[in-house]
Design a protein around this ligand. Structure first.
Ligand code: SF4
Length: 392
């Protein structure tokens, strides 16, 4: 499996697969071919269908520092491709064939951007448990053995998460004209009284900032960034938890996100929203269970529950914006993560889980493949369609 670090990428909203990934592809291309003055870019599948709402074109122009770009949209393409070719004078440079894989990860046929490097030999959670047993190690020891620099990196991620929530809490006004959406995080915060209220306010703050194109941390994607971001902010500033503990929580949650990324998908455009919000819920549930001092089977149980009860969740962002249903969904998810940890605690010494984490990931993968294309970040079906009907 690849580094947990890759689940926590820092970049601009609103969508890791539609802004961070295209930005990374464009920057890498520009570094290789700095003389180009104009470009031809082919966008496929969800990248072609929701480019406007997701801010894809403006982020590409920013990365290339160029407005002379001819776009070709291929919505019928089965993958989120971004093929790029640059020109200067009469000269045409090499074409790169790239794919946005979700969470900001990319694969480029002609260039090694480093996302495919494997850091862990284990491929799923059962193999990780077997390793821990054989080596007599804890899950945290395992993570930090293979990613010794992870904690330092996670500290940077926390700084970004905190700044995002702060900014979101102090911002007001119209966020999106097409949807007539006004920010509400500040108002939610002002009337917050208990843990749930604060988590919801922080989640809204993060997601509204994301929708505004703010600097964010994926966890594991930008569409689902409000879940772990709100949890971290709440624990730091309402419960005074130390930074080391928060990093350990992100690392523990990251293992489960990584198993999903490796065996299913964390991209809404590939597996539906279960892949984003289901994964974020699993990661947060595992992190909370770790904080509660639960043993490994209970942490696994909480993570499994996080996925299980979001199986089949569709991705149908209204008008292609990561706003409806995404923002509300993040708030639901962080509350659900606490419920998963709560239930796990209740079940202790009463029952064990009948479904392993790996099994639910397989079910998620199967379900994602069965989901119609209209329900995988194309804005062609579901809520997006109903919204269009209601408006006309
Ligand atoms: S519906 Fe879910 S998966 Fe789709 S863009 Fe929104 S948060 Fe991401």
């Amino acid at each position: 499996m690849q580094a947990i670090k890759q689940l926590y990428r820092i970049g601009h909203g609103p969508s890791s697969s539609h802004t961070i990934a295209p930005y990374r592809i464009a920057v890498a291309y520009r570094q290789q071919y700095p003389e180009c003055e104009r470009y031809r870019i082919v966008l496929g599948s969800s990248l072609a269908m929701t480019a406007k709402g997701h801010g894809t074109l403006s982020i590409i122009e920013e990365a290339l520092e160029c407005h002379d770009i001819e776009y070709v949209f291929q919505p019928e393409h089965k993958d989120n491709i971004m093929n790029i070719c640059g020109f200067h004078g009469d000269k045409k440079e090499n074409t790169w064939h790239a794919v946005s894989l979700g969470g900001g990860a990319v694969r480029i046929r002609e260039y090694d951007i480093g996302d495919d490097d494997n850091v862990y030999e284990e491929e799923n959670f059962e193999e990780i448990k077997a390793y821990l047993k054989k080596e007599d190690k804890s899950l945290l020891e395992y993570i930090y053995t293979f990613e010794p620099d992870l904690k330092e990196y996670l500290k940077q991620c926390l700084e970004v998460m905190f700044a995002t929530v702060r900014k979101g809490l102090s911002s007001e006004g119209l966020l999106n004209k097409d949807l007539n959406y006004y920010r509400i995080a500040k108002k939610l915060y002002e009337k917050a009284e208990n843990r749930k209220d604060y988590l919801v306010a922080y989640s809204y703050a993060a997601c509204e900032e994301n929708a505004a194109g703010g600097l964010m941390c994926t966890a594991p994607t930008l569409g689902s960034c409000g879940v772990l971001t709100s949890l971290m902010y709440y624990l730091r500033f309402n419960e005074n938890k130390d930074i080391d503990t928060l990093c350990d929580m992100l690392a523990i949650g990251g293992v489960f996100g990584n198993c999903i990324k490796n065996n299913a998908s964390i991209a809404g455009s590939v597996g539906g929203c279960q892949a984003e919000i289901g994964t974020a819920t699993a990661m947060a549930a595992a992190a909370i269970s770790y904080l509660e001092g639960y043993d490994l089977p209970s942490i696994e149980y909480a993570a499994e529950m996080g996925v299980e009860h979001f199986l089949g969740l569709t991705c149908d962002p209204v008008m292609g914006y990561v706003i409806i249903p995404c923002i509300e969904r993040n708030a639901i998810s962080i509350m659900r993560a606490y419920d998963c940890a709560y239930l796990t605690g209740q079940f202790k010494n009463i029952k064990s889980n009948a479904i392993s984490f790996d099994s639910v990931v397989k079910a998620m993968n199967y379900t994602g493949q069965k989901l119609a294309t209209e329900l995988k970040e194309t804005s062609l079906g579901g809520l997006s369609l109903e919204y269009r009907y209601a408006k006309h």
